[in-house]
Write a protein that binds this ligand. Structure first.
Ligand code: NAD
Length: 351
């Protein structure tokens, strides 16, 4: 074996039904005295409940998807004015992303309390959008110092968004199988992530209020993010990044539509990925397992249903081709990528 794997320094706490106590204890461990609480308006009430026992709390609720630069700058100004010493974020990937934008320039520690399965809380990747162009980067300053997971906080996430967000997490696992820096540790975590996410998602599809199903899905989302943080972005994420950035498509749903197409494209040329994913999904062929799961979950199927037009396929193909990740198992050409995106746009079965 020849590989180097870096485990990132982060404290992770699972505290179902106990986020308020968990966050208070973690902020105290960081010696925090003035907390800037970041939460979108719709999660503000929930966040205030979690912040009940925190010292010096100031709430800032201006959150927007993909962190527009002016939104980041206003949050940084509030952090400075409040003389915050800890950031607590309560929300999905957009809220965690805002906390990361503040940490990037201030170095403040983040205690992240995720309420979706996006997984941003376990990565050192930040993203900012300016004039429609999304820039991302990696910086250890933005890696939340602590993550507090409380499955109860995801009970209010609508089932369609829960499913799409859970498949977004599964996409982290599947792309981790062949992303440029993928190593055996990432692939082991990703396999367990797929297994856990599949079980959790089927359970919450049957009963969105099932706490154990929510816990499983959250745990799988964490595993997926750890694998992804180490392995990096593969073909699937490259495609979704281009689609999301260019056409402002909804993040989680775009991942849910594209994932089976990338798996069908790559799995035949990656035996280890095929074996691991099929094993995790308890099926003969990985693609059959994923499509059966997506059918059972009634996951979104077509990019055209998310607001993309047929004319937008060709420019997206060009942009993906211009920045292909290294080492993709299947050679990507103009023709096969156009077919992949057209199939995803139409919602065809990739088999
Ligand atoms: P999101 O944070 O935009 O949330 C989606 C919607 O769900 C919002 O309207 C939000 O208010 C609502 N919501 C969140 N939690 C809820 C709850 N518990 N109950 C009810 N409603 C709730 O979406 P997301 O998919 O979590 O995150 C997407 C963003 O995260 C994108 O910008 C993406 O690029 C970023 N992301 C970054 C990384 C990274 O490593 N940097 C990883 C994954 C995602």
């Amino acid at each position: 074996m020849q590989f180097a794997h870096q485990t990132l320094a982060q404290r992770v706490r699972f505290a179902t039904g106990a986020a308020t106590i968990g966050v208070a204890e973690e902020v105290a461990l960081l010696a925090g005295e003035r907390v800037l609480l970041l939460a979108a308006e719709s999660e503000a009430e929930l966040a205030m409940r979690i912040a009940e026992r925190l010292p010096g709390v100031r709430l800032h609720d201006e959150v927007a998807m993909h962190v527009p630069v002016p939104v980041a700058e206003r949050a940084r100004a509030v952090a400075e004015e409040h003389r915050a010493d800890v950031l607590v974020s309560v929300g999905g990937g957009s809220t965690t992303g805002l906390a990361k934008a503040v940490a990037l320039t201030t170095g403040l520690p983040i205690v992240a309390v995720p309420t979706t399965y996006a997984g941003s809380e376990a990565t050192p990747v930040w993203g900012l959008t300016e004039e429609g162009k999304k820039t991302t980067g990696t910086d250890l300053r933005v890696l939340p110092r602590v993550v507090v997971y409380d499955a109860d906080l995801t009970l209010s996430l609508p089932i369609e968004l829960s499913i799409a967000s859970g498949i977004n997490a599964m996409a982290h696992c599947i792309d981790s199988m062949w992303a440029p820096a993928s190593d055996p540790i990432d692939r082991a975590l990703a396999g367990e992530g797929i297994r856990t996410l599949a079980t959790g998602l089927v359970t919450i599809k049957q009963d969105p209020q099932d706490r154990e199903g929510r816990e499983q899905t959250l745990y799988g989302a964490y595993l997926s993010a750890v694998a992804f943080a180490s392995a990096g972005s593969g073909l699937h994420h490259k495609i979704c990044h281009v689609l999301g950035g260019r056409y402002d498509l909804p993040h989680a749903q775009t991942h849910a539509v594209v994932l089976p197409h990338v798996l069908a494209f790559n799995a035949p040329n990656s035996h280890e990925a095929e074996d691991r994913i099929a094993d995790a999904l308890d099926t003969g062929f990985s693609i059959d397992g994923l499509i059966d799961l997506c059918d059972e979950l009634e996951a979104p199927r077509a990019l055209r249903d998310l607001g993309m037009t047929r004319e937008q396929i060709a420019p997206a193909v060009e942009e993906v081709l211009a920045g292909l990740p290294e080492g993709n198992p299947t050679e990507v050409t103009h023709d096969n990528l156009t077919t992949l995106l057209t199939d995803a746009w139409e919602g065809r079965d990739p088999r």
